[in-house]
Design a protein around this ligand. Structure first.
Ligand code: ADP
Ligand code: MG
Length: 386
């Protein structure tokens, strides 16, 4: 994927496409979840960070209700739609994301007129880095500013969730847009998914001589198949049997007792969520005290828990994690919803090439599709560029 276009170049392209200058340019990042997987819908803790890969949108409000959209990403033509009378399920392809956030703002009583929009994003699609939320967060930030709606970050997070859940129809939580909207350079976003409380936690890997490698396995993940829904159902069943509102309310010290009440599969699903919540808290504590160089064992334990207890890994993710660890990474885990997507490997700068080469070789030997490997840095959340 190409790097994103310079702001002035994007404005010029906007003018070429739509015949006038944009009102402004906004950007919002994708995200990587450092730790805390499948804890979000259990009202637990997550620790994502905004990455230095972003969606940029140049936008101009219109005087009518027409929306015209163009993405510089290959193969997408100009899309035209009408905001008036727009219903969930309208639109297709990527247009559902900008249309969805416009719909969600209108649903809140905000008067959103039509707009022209040019998108340029270097967030890889479908790799588990939330390219869809990068688009949504860039667009909702722009519309929030341009309409004078003045919604705060928490409301923007909820409106974006409405857009994904209701308009697009993807059963996602609040983690991705919270990271994209509320992230900060050199920090991870410690998010309590029960009440949206956020603490920014220092996570400056570079200053500790570390880099974060993302290994995109190219195995496509989908919320549409049954894996995600069945995990959610197990968590709800577990909470019901244990008599709590959500698994967030179960502590590690209650797991022994839970073992007598739950069937074997439900127990393993519950154990993942309960121990993962605990690992997030421990990671935050360590980042605040010792720093990134000491979180490796927690990343490793998270992966094992997802592989063995929650059963959402796949051979490609396991191979990426094991190979990275065997070649110098100090901690590695799959990240994102699972069943494919990406792994992350926290790696000493001097070991980067060895990890990269070893993973590429291991994938070739296993006859897997060649992975895409790149670095990410904790970067700023959504902002206006021009
Ligand atoms: P993820 O958010 O994990 O990357 P999703 O399936 O939720 O995966 O979102 C990917 C979708 O986002 C793509 O199918 C496409 O519709 C849209 N998308 C992402 N980036 C772009 C882009 N640069 N141009 C057009 N559409 C994009
Ligand atoms: Mg997405």
């Amino acid at each position: 994927m190409t790097t994103t276009t310079d702001t002035s170049v994007l404005s010029a392209r906007f003018q070429e496409t739509f015949g006038s200058v944009p009102d402004g340019v906004w950007q919002a990042p994708g995200r990587v979840n450092l730790i805390g997987e499948h804890t979000d819908y259990n009202e637990g803790f997550v620790l994502p960070f905004a990455i230095d890969k972003t969606a940029k949108v140049a936008i101009r409000l219109r005087g009518d209700s027409t929306v015209r959209l163009l993405s510089l990403f290959g193969g997408h033509g100009l899309v035209e739609a009408d905001l008036s009378g727009m219903e969930p399920g309208s639109g297709e392809g990527w247009s559902r994301y900008p249309l969805g956030v416009a719909w969600a703002l209108k649903e809140r009583g905000i008067d959103v007129p039509g707009f022209d929009l040019l998108l340029d994003s270097d967030v890889p699609l479908g790799a588990g880095l939330s390219s869809s939320h990068a688009i949504e967060c860039a667009v909702i930030s722009a519309l929030n500013d341009l309409t004078g709606a003045g919604l705060g970050a928490e409301d923007l997070v909820l409106a974006t969730q409405r857009a994904e859940n209701v308009f697009v129809g993807a059963p996602t939580g609040i983690m991705d847009q919270s990271a994209s909207l509320r992230g900060a350079k050199g920090h991870a976003v410690f998010l309590d998914c029960r009440d949206q409380h956020v603490d920014l936690v220092p996570f400056d890997a570079e200053a500790s001589g570390l880099i974060l490698l993302v290994i995109d396995t190219k195995v496509s993940h989908s919320h549409a198949d049954g894996g995600y829904a069945s995990r959610r159902a197990s968590c709800e069943l577990g909470a019901e049997i244990l008599g709590v509102k959500a698994l967030r309310d179960v502590g590690v010290d209650s797991l022994e007792e839970a073992a007598g009440l739950l069937d074997e599969t439900t127990l393993r699903r519950v154990r993942h969520v309960v121990t993962e919540n605990d690992r997030v808290l421990q990671t935050v504590e360590i980042l605040n005290s010792e720093g990134p160089a000491s979180i490796g064992p927690l990343l490793d334990a998270s992966h094992v828990s997802m592989r063995d207890d929650f059963e959402i890994s796949c051979p490609e993710l396991d191979l990426a994690v094991e190979t990275a660890r065997a070649n110098g990474a100090i901690g590695a885990r799959m990240t994102g919803g699972g069943f494919g997507g990406s792994a992350i490997a926290l790696t000493p700068v001097g070991q980067e090439q060895q990890v990269r080469d070893a993973v590429v070789r291991a994938f070739a030997e296993a006859a897997f599709t060649a992975p895409d490997i790149f670095t990410v840095t904790p970067a700023a959340g959504a902002l206006r560029l021009a």
